[in-house]
Design a protein. Sequence first.
Length: 627
Amino acid sequence: MSMIHGMICLDGRPTDSASLRPMLDAGQAACPDGAQAWLGNSAALGLGLLRTLPQVRTAPGPVRDPHSGLVIVADVRIDNRPELWGKLGLRTGASLSDAELILQAYLKWGEGCVEHLIGDFAFAIWDEVQRKLFCARDIFGINPFYYVSLPGSFIFSSNLTALLALEEIPRELDENSIADLLAGLSHGADVILYRGILALPPAHCLTVGKKGISLRKYWSPPTHNVIRFARDEDYVQAYRQLLDEAVACRLETDGPVSGMLSGGLDSGAIAVIAAKMLAAQGRNYTSYSFVLQAGHKTHERDERELIELVHAIQGIQGHFITTQDFPGRAADLYRDAGEYAYLGSSAHLAALFAQLHNANARVLLDGYGGDQCATIGTDIPLQEFLDGFHVMQLAEYVAASARFHGQPRLRRLLGMLRQHFRKTGVLDADELVLERSVLSPPFQQRIGIRERARKSERLQPIKGRCLRDIMIDRLHQVAGQHAQALFSGNQVERRYPFLDQRLVEFSLGVPARQHNHDMNRRLVRRAMAGAMPDQIRLRHDKGVTNTPGALSFLNENRDFYLQAIDAVRANDDSAVFIDIPKLHKRFAQALPQALTGVGTGDFMPGPTLRAFNMLLFLQGRRAHPPN
């Protein structure tokens, strides 16, 4: 993933060639294929290049249209290029880079161009004549875009560390963001801990001009599109065609293609489809899986046996990553975290990055988004049957679902009733704030975290009167949570076939029974029939939820974590925000117990590691205070 940067002097001051240099320099390690800048009268745009697309599709720097004078800088992968060529009437569209294609779309449709684009992108177009900047971000926010509005200037970058390399960028902490992150009310690279620095929301575009800054949402999950076919098989065929296309678009690269592989349905489906397509080109698909080391003695589990079934498929070169591949010391994980330290790192990702680097692989496919969006696995809401008094259909659904899960019908019906009357989407607010999180009690009270939790989108009552409502709620939760911050810093671009806009919109439009009737996740299970092992395709258990070996690595490095916690002083920011005794107890007592299977839930890896990562981030600020 490349990095884009820009500085616009709204007060007419001229820019100079040195204005972008700190941002370009900050991204140099992550962008090894060069950096270029464009300098206008009062604007400067820059691009640090990580080449992940074929050369013909890659613009090495900002691109200027000689006729209009428009200049674009973009980190982009457009997935509907042939469609755009036709709409734009371009006979030579194949020779245009993706950035140039966006520029042509802007020349035709203006700010409406973004509604014609499908893919992952963050871009900015500068109109020197109109003195107007237009920026946009893809619908799920896969590609990051941060910005700051200062008196007389507007500055943006797709990388937070690069943006903060400029002295004029404010560094005052935002306590509300810190509280939300520690409490689990928000997560992902769109969480920014500094006042005044904003993330362009997913599916939004932004215009900066003489009238100020305007923000517009250009896409929302469709709520009224209805897709109807005569036969069940037609839905399956249409879904499989869209899934194939989603995978094919994300195989576009001159280098090796790799992917994450668990024993689950989503990553397995992607691996099978990708391997077949690459084999036709004489290429292999390389998969990476986290499993336990042979002879592992704790209660942790892995999915090695299921993964090996996929490895046996022609064209797949499978690699296992175990604790033997992890870095020797936990301290090494945090050495170069920079401004993203609060997002943390992990031993398994460090091991993955090392293997990808050795293989010269820059593209990594990921199955995320399947269960969340395109192949939702939740039960059909009871209300969907009650609204039309469809008692017979309800009985039929409960019976079919019970057969698939091997459960009594009454148990399946009780599950639907619990979901129907459940007050919150995930967890009770008090449980989330008081039990799981590691916020200090004084900070909890001062920030009003209980009230913030009760108002959080994550804890709102399930609004779904129908399955589509639940799917749309989940789409909103997905957006912005998987920006590429940690991966792009390691010269890796992660791509998500199940977050393809066309696939998601199709999934929203089909009848609920296509998603869940005789089995949950019905569309993708049927679409992959005969293409992948049934032990995986028809699997209905949740599987392994934690990375195999991760707890063991944490325990082996427990001294590092405890020493860092013990080094916190009473007046440090860390102690202001974090319950230090509670965090110490998690590592000193709950972690060893988790490895024996006694009190496993007490360690709570998610909130505990969020608190520790925040501690290191705050300690880093104390050691190197901002100017």
